[in-house]
Design a protein around this ligand. Structure first.
Ligand code: SN0
Length: 315
């Protein structure tokens, strides 16, 4: 695997999920695989789980890990042929090539602008890193996808599902800020790749880009969507069309115990961080049906499975 930015970078999803399962059972089974190798993690945006779980994953494989908050020093230039006489001090061509001198694998987190849809949906920053880096690149959440989160979510569903093809519902819920579509886009494409029964529910105007949701059932009726569900995956996102807007803050979309009662004793999932009593009621996130901490735990093994593949050069 030369890059990990989306489910389409994965040749054999079942093998990757199985590898993550095995690493969870025995996290130090490959503790010398990454000896004398360096993982450099660059964060252009804040992170708690991704930062710590990916570091832990690298450490479990015996790698040295360097983590850096990027974007707080000088700004990078990404445009080809730019005349660099403004505020951008270094071009991505040099930056990615230089980091490749120190790193055997590079991880990058970068949020979308939510103002320039074309640039965001080209996944401009991560693809420029891939273009100019000499080593494999892992997405730690890009402008439009969060594949390590989705792999951890698949692992969690595989562990908790009661039927071969569970009914999974991705439900929008309200949030006070304008958030990316990345987690939801990625979740939808990984659910389809796993061939689960996926329903997406959101208020009118919140359709995700169809390239991520093709094949899913889509409804504006949240309660109907919840009927018989095995998993409720909740996430807020801002609109795709018009881009990056908040059209609704309707608290009737919050995940409550009444709504969970419509499900097939369904589990509650969220990638975190979550706004309690805005996105989800305390009674739901604090219930035994809530898998949020287990999802976070599985982030380590998702990252470890991906790093393992890269270290073994299986691409
Ligand atoms: C990010 C997102 O993509 O929605 C990261 C999720 C893994 N979430 C937030 O930025 C939430 C911040 C907030 O103010 O609640």
């Amino acid at each position: 695997m030369k890059q990990f930015t989306s489910v389409s970078d994965v040749k054999d999803i079942d093998a990757l999920v199985n590898s993550a399962k095995k690493l969870k059972a025995d996290p130090l089974a490959f503790k010398t695989l990454g000896q004398d190798k360096t993982l450099v993690l660059l964060f252009f945006n804040p992170s708690l789980r991704t930062r710590l779980s990916t570091q832990k994953a690298g450490m479990n494989l015996g790698m040295s890990v360097i983590t850096m908050n990027a974007g707080q020093g000088w700004q990078l230039e990404f445009e080809d042929g730019a005349v660099m006489n403004t505020d951008k001090a270094e071009h991505i061509k040099e930056a990615a090539a230089v980091i490749s001198q120190y790193a055997d694998i590079i991880g990058i987190r970068t949020f979308p602008s939510l103002t320039d849809r074309d640039k965001d949906y080209q996944d401009f920053i991560i693809h420029n890193f891939i273009r100019y880096a000499a080593v494999p690149v892992v997405s730690l959440e890009s402008a439009i996808r969060h594949p390590l989160q989705s792999l951890a979510d698949v692992l969690t569903i595989e562990e908790w599902k009661k039927t071969e093809k569970p009914k999974v519902v991705l439900s929008w819920a309200p949030h006070p800020r304008t958030l990316p579509q990345a987690v939801s886009n990625s979740f939808a494409e990984w659910m389809m790749a796993m061939d689960y029964d996926l329903t997406i529910t959101h208020p009118a105007g919140y359709d995700l880009h169809p390239s991520f949701t093709q094949g899913a059932k889509i409804t504006n009726d949240q309660k109907a969507a919840f009927e018989g569900a095995d998993f409720i995956y909740t996430k807020n996102w801002s609109t795709y069309e018009p881009y990056g807007q908040i059209l609704s803050q309707d608290e009737n979309w919050q995940i409550t115990a009444d709504k969970m009662a419509l499900t097939n004793l369904g589990c509650f999932m969220h990638c975190l961080p979550v706004r309690r009593n805005v996105i989800v009621a305390d009674a739901v996130i604090d219930s035994p049906q809530s898998l949020v901490i287990e999802q976070s735990n599985n982030r380590t093994y998702a990252a470890q499975a991906v790093l393992r593949e890269m270290l073994e050069q299986r691409f």
